[in-house]
Design a protein around this ligand. Structure first.
Ligand code: NAD
Length: 473
């Protein structure tokens, strides 16, 4: 029996089966999560489809106002949501942890509510009036990962309902509880059926991707799963936005002041314990500043307290789950076997929980797993280069294309190099900065489409052209 229920048509719905959700800081059960059956998914999709009939037609201002109420409701429950998030996800309450995530979710909801997609008049003369409008698509299926569960839920849900769609959201089985509670809270701001939440194992995501009555999938997760979603979605030509994995490179030029950039690099690499899609995951450093920058990066990481995130003092939590923990440890071991030099961290505490301190590995190169694969954890490879064109070539020799950065005292020079990075966002002297008014998305195998800003909102609509002839009138 679960302590939580699915949220279908505004009601909390019990399920026969459930599974335990573990706290990665101590491996104890936080609560049991309901497992939806296929029939219960159908119920959720039907509730959303029914609600679409009216929600798609309410005045635009009403939908904008609902987004404002959502922002207020998140803020009103911020403490409760942050504590639940810390317990199931592991991130600390403090620093750029759970409170930061909940605050970001509220801010994103509020800003997204203010966006509009006005009609575009293409022609208006004696021959014709041609107007391009944006219409909601229908039922949107949202599938989210475990790294930023609440923030990403809001990124999916709010633009969808702002544009007049209705939603069935499915969180990751690793972090389902905070989303179930969020959706319960948000249902107080919305008519029944507009926002529904189903939980279960991965197969539930597949059922959604192939569901004939879901018209769009917004998916955030790994590239491997994104490819499966794309295959299943072909059944009814679902619209797709895919935000997938990254292996972002940062290139440090020969003219930097290592002391000035070290904190920015650490922040870009280790936001959310490195479990961030657009974290800096490969650092290419010019040989002339390599040793000094390595020293400054080690200094920047000194004395950061790691432990259970419910303890206000801690600023680093555990890796979110055992599978990811084992993967990060394996990448570190492989790097060490191949001559990688551990500059700091690297020792796994002998206690419950999936803890690994921030770890920097120098003297590694392309072709090693730690560089070629997305590590998605508190582990950063630092690669030496001598020729910047060669560094660019290596940065771009990846199937991923989410973000990238160039670091230099000469921003003009850095911008010219950044423009040659093959990625959706190229940062200069920073890495990972995003905002609700800036479109964000990946190229190559990092995704399809963008989120945020007007361009992101457009992805929850289809274009209709109304073409009125005046010639015959
Ligand atoms: P994942 O792909 O394992 O799971 C993501 C979601 O997909 C989960 O809800 C899961 O249950 C569901 N799922 C699993 N199999 C499915 C299937 N066959 N069909 C449909 N859904 C299925 O990813 P994860 O491990 O939860 O998240 C980490 C990955 O997400 C990393 O690669 C990271 O880079 C990426 N990510 C990308 C962004 C971005 O904006 N580009 C943001 C955050 C995370």
């Amino acid at each position: 029996m679960s302590d939580y229920g699915l949220i279908i048509n505004g009601n909390k719905v019990a399920t026969e089966d459930s599974f335990p959700v573990l706290n990665p800081a101590n491996e104890e059960t936080v609560a049991h999560c309901p497992i939806a059956t296929r029939d219960q998914l159908d119920d959720a999709v039907k509730a959303a489809a029914d609600a679409f009939q009216s929600w798609s037609k309410v005045p635009d201002e009403e939908r904008a106002a609902a987004c404002g109420k959502i922002a207020e409701a998140i803020t009103g429950h911020a403490d409760e949501l942050a504590r639940l998030l810390t317990q199931e996800q592991g991130k600390p309450l403090s620093g750029e942890g759970s409170r930061f995530e909940v605050g970001g979710a509220a801010a994103w909801a509020g800003y997204t509510g203010s966006l509009t997609l006005p009609d575009k008049i293409i022609q208006d003369d004696e021959n014709a009036r041609i107007v391009q409008t944006r219409k909601p698509i229908g039922v949107v299926g949202s599938i989210t990962p475990w790294n930023w569960p609440l923030m990403i839920a809001i990124w999916h849900v709010v633009p969808a309902i702002r544009a007049g769609n209705t939603v069935v959201i499915k969180p990751s089985p690793y972090t389902p509880l905070s989303t179930l509670r969020l959706v319960e809270i948000l249902n107080e701001c919305l008519p029944p059926g507009v926002l529904n939440c189903v939980t279960g194992e991965d197969e539930l995501g597949q059922w959604m991707s192939e569901h004939p009555d879901i018209q769009k999938i917004i998916f955030t997760g790994s590239t491997a799963t994104g490819k499966k979603v794309m295959g299943s979605a072909a059944v009814n030509l679902k619209r797709l936005t895919l935000e997938l994995g990254g292996n972002d490179a940062g290139i440090v030029l020969d003219d930097v002041d290592p002391a000035a950039i070290a904190a920015g690099i650490i922040g870009g690499a280790f936001l959310n314990n490195g479990q961030t899609c657009a974290a800096l995951k490969r650092l290419y450093v010019h040989e002339s500043v390599y040793d000094e920058l390595c020293d400054k990066l080690v200094d920047a990481l000194a004395g950061i307290p790691m432990g259970n995130g419910l303890d206000e003092e801690n600023l680093q939590g555990p890796i979110q789950n055992k599978m990811q923990f084992d993967k990060v440890v394996a990448l570190l071991e492989d790097a060490k076997e191949q001559g990688g030099r551990v500059l700091c961290g690297g020792e796994i505490p002998d206690e419950p929980g999936y803890f690994m301190p921030y770890t920097l590995v120098a003297d590694v190169s392309d072709g090693m797993r730690i560089v070629d694969e997305e590590q998605f954890g508190p582990l950063l490879p630092i690669i030496k280069y001598s020729d910047v064109d060669d560094a660019l070539r290596r940065a771009n020799a990846s199937e991923s294309g989410l973000g990238g950065s160039v670091w230099s005292s000469d921003t003009e020079r850095a911008s010219r190099i950044a423009a040659q990075l093959e990625c959706g966002t190229a940062w200069v002297n920073q890495h990972g900065g995003i905002a609700p008014n800036i479109p964000f998305g990946g190229i190559k195998c990092s995704g399809i489409g963008v989120e945020f800003a007007e361009e992101g909102l457009q992805e929850y609509t289809t274009i209709q052209v109304v073409n009125i002839s005046r010639a015959a009138a």
